[in-house]
Ligand binder design. Structure first.
Ligand code: FES
Length: 175
C-alpha cells in the first residue's frame, strides 16, 4: 500500500514538473525499489532476504540418488534432489516456480541438509525450517513446510531405491 502511495505521489510530482526538472524514470524505479526493500526488511529476517537475493544450490541434478517434487497448498511446486555418500547428504539442489519466500526456504533447506546423515536430515521439518528462517509471516509459513516436505520426499525416494537395490543384491546372491 505504501508503494502505491509513493507511486501516486511520484506521478503527481512528475506531472507538476516541466522539461529538465522532470526526474529520470530510474530515480523513480530506485525510490520504489528502496521502499519495497524497506517493507521487506520489516517483515523478513536478514537470513531469508539473503537466501532470496542470493539463492544457494539452485538447479536440477542429473544424477540424483533421491528426488522429490511436491506442490504446496498455493499450487507452487518445489523439486529437491540429493546425492548420498557413506550415508550422508553430500549435495542438495532444488528448483521452484514459487515466490521469493519459497526460493529462500528451498535454498536454506539445501544448505542445512548437506553434511547431515539420513537420520539427521529426517528431523528437518517445518518447525526446524522456521527456526533457521528466523520466523516467517503466518501467510508464508507453508513455504517452510513445502521445503521440508520436498526434502523428505527426496529422502523417501532415496530410501526406496536403496531398499530395492538391497533386495536385488540379496536375490542375486541367492541365485
Ligand atoms: S509456497 Fe506458496 S507462497 Fe511460497
Amino acid at each position: 500500500m505504501r508503494c502505491l502511495a509513493l507511486l501516486r505521489q511520484h506521478l503527481r510530482d512528475v506531472n507538476n514538473m516541466n522539461g529538465s526538472e522532470k526526474p529520470y524514470v530510474e530515480d523513480f524505479a530506485q525510490a520504489l525499489q528502496s521502499e519495497i526493500m524497506r517493507q521487506v526488511r520489516d517483515v523478513y529476517s536478514p537470513v531469508v532476504i539473503d537466501h532470496w537475493q542470493n539463492p544457494r544450490n539452485w538447479g536440477i541434478m542429473g544424477d540424483a540418488d533421491g528426488y522429490g517434487k511436491i506442490a504446496g497448498p498455493c499450487d507452487d511446486t518445489m523439486e529437491i534432489s540429493i546425492k548420498i555418500r557413506d550415508g550422508k547428504i553430500v549435495k542438495c539442489t532444488w528448483d521452484t516456480d514459487g515466490c521469493g519466500t519459497t526460493i529462500a526456504c528451498a535454498s536454506i533447506a539445501s544448505e542445512i541438509a548437506v553434511g547431515k546423515t539420513i537420520a539427521e536430515a529426517r528431523k528437518i521439518n517445518q518447525q526446524v525450517m522456521l527456526e533457521y528462517c528466523g520466523g516467517l509471516p503466518k501467510e508464508n509459513e507453508h513455504c517452510a513446510l513445502l521445503a521440508a516436505n520436498t526434502l523428505q520426499s527426496a529422502i523417501d525416494d532415496y530410501l526406496a531405491k536403496a531398499a530395492k537395490n538391497n533386495e536385488l543384491l540379496a536375490q542375486s546372491s541367492q541365485n
